[in-house]
Design a protein around this ligand. Structure first.
Ligand SMILES: [Zn+2]
Length: 310
């Protein structure tokens, strides 16, 4: 199986000032990023600051979507990007090979009609709905069969701020929310989240998990928040590395653009981003240069990952 971890807004910055990755407590993650990862180019030859919609669409299709659009698109994919994602996302590609993929993230509302009508659908949510037709909801979170985007469920439990934000973004959310499920959620440790993620991944050929609190913390420029967010991720990642069997499994981690690694600016950075892989096919990625190269190489070598007949 392949476990693909997408981290939003995590770049490589060698300067220590305003860089939470040089914190004493983050030595393990620092090593993962600075020593064990390949730095990838997120600018992709297109003017301007790298952004999420084009960056993520590029990562998940293996195509240079910033070049196709002619600019770096912020936030959520537009119709053009959606069309590319629908046809060429890794989920769609694997479906064509009869391989099973899943998005492990848990959603507060998993109603397809609600999500389809939302103006705020990320690249990952869009490609999940268009190819798999379903996302994991609150009941799955309660059954440990999904992992919330904050890893530990904390934001769903102490949810004052969350409710206000969601009501603003999704005015009809209350009609769709299952408050019984929401109120039954328990806080879990990052280690437990990692084990939940592995239990999901064991049932699929390809599992995606997305962590975007890194990008949020980067925009806020708050050092202690950034630290907390990275620490949680470090604990999750450490447990994955401890518990995966790399004779059969592959762990991939990648980001779409820099942000949290330089808290002196609230915008995204031009820094390169880390690409990490551990598993039997890791060597085939040694020449990867751009963020879209990973899925491009993965697609071209799919038979090596799943022992398919050519
Ligand atoms: Zn951002």
């Amino acid at each position: 199986m392949v476990l693909f971890i997408f981290v939003d807004g995590l770049g490589i910055n060698y300067r220590k000032e305003n860089n939470p990755l040089f914190d004493e407590k983050l030595k393990f993650l620092n090593k993962v990023i600075f020593e064990d990862s390949v730095p990838l180019n997120a600018k992709m030859g297109v003017e301007g600051i790298p952004q999420s919609a084009t960056g993520q669409a590029s990562i998940f299709t293996g195509k240079n979507c910033a070049k196709i659009l002619g600019y770096h698109k912020e936030g959520f994919p537009n119709e053009r990007l959606k069309k590319i994602l629908k046809k060429e996302s890794i989920f769609q590609f694997l479906k064509g090979k009869n391989l099973k993929s899943t998005f492990a993230n848990g959603f507060i509302v998993d109603d397809k009609e609600f999500l389809d009508n939302s103006r705020f659908v990320s690249a990952t949510t869009y490609m999940t709905l268009s190819s798999l037709g379903i996302v994991r909801g609150l009941s799955k979170l309660n059954e440990n069969k999904a992992v919330y985007q904050d890893i530990t469920n904390e934001t769903l439990i102490t949810r004052d701020k969350m409710e206000k934000r969601y009501e603003k973004l999704f005015p009809r959310i209350k009609d769709y929310l299952d408050f019984n499920q929401l109120n039954s959620l328990k806080k879990i440790s990052p280690q437990k989240a990692a084990r939940n993620l592995l239990n999901i991944a064991d049932e699929y050929d390809f599992t995606l998990f997305e962590y975007f609190l890194t990008d949020k913390a980067g925009h806020l420029g708050d050092y202690s928040r950034a630290n907390k967010v990275l620490l949680k991720f470090q604990e999750l990642f450490y447990t994955l590395l401890e518990e995966m069997d790399f004779n059969s499994d592959s762990l991939i981690m990648i980001s779409d653009h820099g942000n949290i690694e330089d808290l002196s600016i609230s915008k995204h950075t031009f820094n390169r981003v880390p690409f990490y892989i551990k598993g039997k096919n890791q060597k085939m990625f040694s020449k990867a240069e751009y963020i879209y190269d990973i899925i491009k190489i993965f697609k071209a070598n799919i038979h090596k990952f799943y022992n398919l007949q050519l």
